[in-house]
Design a protein around this ligand. Structure first.
Ligand SMILES: [Zn+2]
Length: 314
């Protein structure tokens, strides 16, 4: 799934639409009520961790907050047709004549949509994604947009493969956000020092918001740390180096993304490490959590052992 830098790039695509009004809504999502977005104004766009937040303002429809805020448990609408165009919701639309009386509102009400992207989640501007290959039956089917927002002058935003949820405000914990200037390295160090495999702590969004599987694999190799090493067995300077790599690698990835260039990985999905050693691929995750493919070089990334143990004893 898209990691922090990729979601930041999505945000940069949405940002030019801040201040624009939605004139038509489409998409197959059942996670929100599509007419609720009609005639709303995009007021802000933010990224926190791996989530994109878009504020839909009530510049025109401040009382139109009859959104479906319930939790959703996944996609249910595979048969649903795409591109449903929703007429303006007459119950929630305020006429332009009322606008002047609303402009003085000190805190205009708005709601945030949270987008959490799946494995092939993406955002497109003024274009649809087309199938790059046929499916198992040889049919070429274009991906189905979850949400399409149309604006004046024919421009539109398309959101693919994402969970969409209304929330009252973005979750903000910048001290845990790897891309935030407020990211707290000392707090991260305390989390990484726990007696659990570092590769699992790195994927814990409570501590390393924005870090995903690619970043995890790459920074563990850069810091020469074995994914299954327990944080409690690693010296603080090694953990600090790992955190420094996490910050610098993620920033570099963001920079490259924003320039529209491809990122070249060192260990992720590689057969050999840069020194020519055979890479080991294994599935690792918390006991009842998501198991993720993990690549490591057993030569370059020696596993930390408790004192008195040798490699063979573990
Ligand atoms: Zn190696």
């Amino acid at each position: 799934m898209p990691e922090g830098p990729t979601v930041r790039r999505f945000c940069s695509l949405v940002s030019p639409f801040v201040g624009q009004q939605v004139v038509k809504v489409g998409g197959r999502t059942k996670q929100i009520v599509l007419p609720d977005l009609m005639e709303k104004w995009i007021q802000d766009c933010q990224v926190h961790g791996k989530n994109l937040y878009v504020a839909f303002g009530c510049g025109v429809t401040p009382k139109a907050t009859s959104v479906n805020a319930q939790e959703f448990d996944g996609e249910k609408s595979h048969e649903e047709k795409i591109g449903i165009d929703c007429p303006p919701n007459t119950e929630t639309t305020t006429s332009p004549n009322n606008l002047s009386s609303l402009e003085n509102e000190e805190h205009p009400r708005c709601k945030w949509l949270r987008f959490h992207f799946g494995l092939y989640g993406s955002v497109k501007v003024n274009e649809l994604t087309h199938a790059k290959r046929g499916d198992k039956r040889g049919d070429w089917k274009d991906p189905v947009p979850r949400l399409i927002l149309h604006f004046a002058a024919g421009s539109f935003l398309v959101f693919y493969n994402c969970r969409i949820l209304w929330c009252s405000s973005p979750y903000v914990e910048p001290t845990c956000d790897i891309l935030s200037v407020e990211f707290d390295k000392e707090k991260a160090l305390r989390a990484l020092s726990a007696p659990r495999p570092v590769c699992i702590t790195l994927m814990d969004q409570q501590h390393f918001s924005g870090v995903g599987n690619i970043i995890k694999n790459e920074i563990l190799f850069l810091a020469q740390v074995h994914p299954l090493s327990l944080g409690s067995l690693l010296p603080p300077e090694t953990l600090r180096a790992l955190i420094d790599h996490a910050v610098s690698f993620t920033a570099k990835w963001l920079r490259i993304k924003m320039q529209g260039e491809p990122m070249h990985y060192i260990i992720y999905m590689k057969e050999y490490c840069p020194k020519g050693h055979k890479v080991v691929k294994e599935t690792i995750g918390p006991p009842h959590g998501l198991q993720r493919l993990t690549w490591s070089c057993p030569t370059c990334q020696e596993r930390a052992q408790p004192e008195g143990h040798t490699q063979e004893q573990i």
